[in-house]
Design a protein around this ligand. Structure first.
Ligand code: PMP
Length: 344
């Protein structure tokens, strides 16, 4: 596979750790191979290192084969693993849009990989030519995020495809908020692009941020690399079993998403009526980026009232902006009452 030529040579040549459960994964009468304690069942046993049962269920849900799925401790895990797999520290760099989710830069920084930032337009649109124009021979990965955090908007699909087609190396499209967007995921287009890696998570629409479960979808050859370099037992048995249980209830997820979208509309309208609010950015996610006069003061006022939002004022193109997660109706009302009471 062509993309594998971009792997760091130590990763390409790495012989992975082989755990007891890798070497024998079937049923047995007695397990005496993993130095486990025979007492305190079921917590005494190591989890399935490849999360087969969970992947089988997710494969059904996403209409994908299980070997196209990597599961991690949040989507933050595959972000870090991908950078480690493809970028030589101190030599290669990644390209990201700006502003965007902060973990790409942190994961790159931990790995001593530089970050080249390509600003979005004033309306937070993606310019494929600008991204492709920034590519050099040392570019090893491009990160796109759609819907984007903290701006909330989905990126134009045509522009994203132009980036994927115009760059030979891996392009990561982070779709953490895709369930709140009217447009479709790029997942159905995965077979067309061998360099496309899609990230999704159970932390948002599925309401499982606390159990830490993120997904990467890509060609099986790429997934095999991530499996090779991850911690052998990266997902514990509690996460695997709880996720399997919660995944049976996709009807609740649909209801939550519908409610959150209704609340988002209501909240956006109410915020637009606040005198010191200058702009409520259009959102395809479960949060709103809101530009206002003296955002830091408003933030501090809200903290004083026990209401915590995110101050994004120091982020490029987000000056004087607060990022507000759409909560339950009652939570949004509490926020609105406080904002209405606030006088600059
Ligand atoms: N991607 C984006 C764009 C996010 O905003 C977040 C969380 N804020 C994540 C990924 C991380 O998700 P997880 O909980 O799966 O690590």
């Amino acid at each position: 596979m062509d993309l594998l030529k971009y792997l760091r040579s130590n990763i390409l040549n790495l012989k992975p750790y082989s755990s007891a459960r890798d070497e024998y994964s079937g049923e047995a009468m007695v397990f005496l191979d993993a130095n486990e304690n025979p007492f305190n069942q079921p917590y005494n046993r190591y989890p399935d290192p490849l999360q087969r049962a969970l992947k089988a269920r997710i494969a059904e849900l996403k209409h994908l084969s299980a070997d196209s799925i990597f599961l991690g401790n949040g989507s933050d895990e595959p972000i870090d693993l991908l950078i480690r797999a493809f970028c030589e520290p101190g030599v290669h760099h990644i390209i990201q849009i700006e502003p965007t989710y902060g973990m790409y830069q942190v994961a790159a920084g931990v790995n001593n990989v530089a970050v080249l930032k390509v600003p979005l337009s004033a309306e937070y649109g993606l310019d494929a030519d600008a991204v492709l124009g920034a590519v050099t021979p040392d570019t090893r990965m491009i990160f796109l995020c759609s819907p984007n955090n903290p701006t909330g908007n989905a990126l134009d699909e045509g522009e994203m495809i132009r980036v994927i087609q115009g760059f030979d190396g891996p392009v990561v499209v982070d779709e953490a908020y895709i369930d709140f967007a009217p447009g479709k995921s790029l997942l159905s287009r995965l077979p067309e692009f061998s360099n496309l890696i899609i990230l999704q998570t159970f932390s948002k629409a599925w309401g499982m941020a606390g159990i830490r479960l993120g997904m990467a979808f890509a060609a099986p050859e790429i997934i095999a690399v991530l499996n090779k370099i991850k911690y052998p037992y990266n997902l514990n048995i509690l996460t695997q079993s709880k996720a399997l249980e919660l995944l049976q209830d996709s009807a609740s997820v649909e209801n939550w998403v519908e409610t959150i979208l209704e609340e988002r509309t209501r909240l956006a309208e109410a915020l637009s009526g606040i005198s010191y609010v200058e702009k409520v950015c259009p959102s395809d996610a479960n949060f709103l980026l809101v530009r206002m006069k003296e955002a830091r003061k408003v933030y501090e006022y809200l903290v004083g009232k026990g209401i915590i939002v995110r101050d994004r004022s120091k982020v490029m193109l987000c000056e004087n902006s607060l990022r507000i997660t759409v909560g339950k109706g009652s939570e949004n009302e509490t926020l609105m009452e406080a904002l209405e009471e606030y006088a600059l």
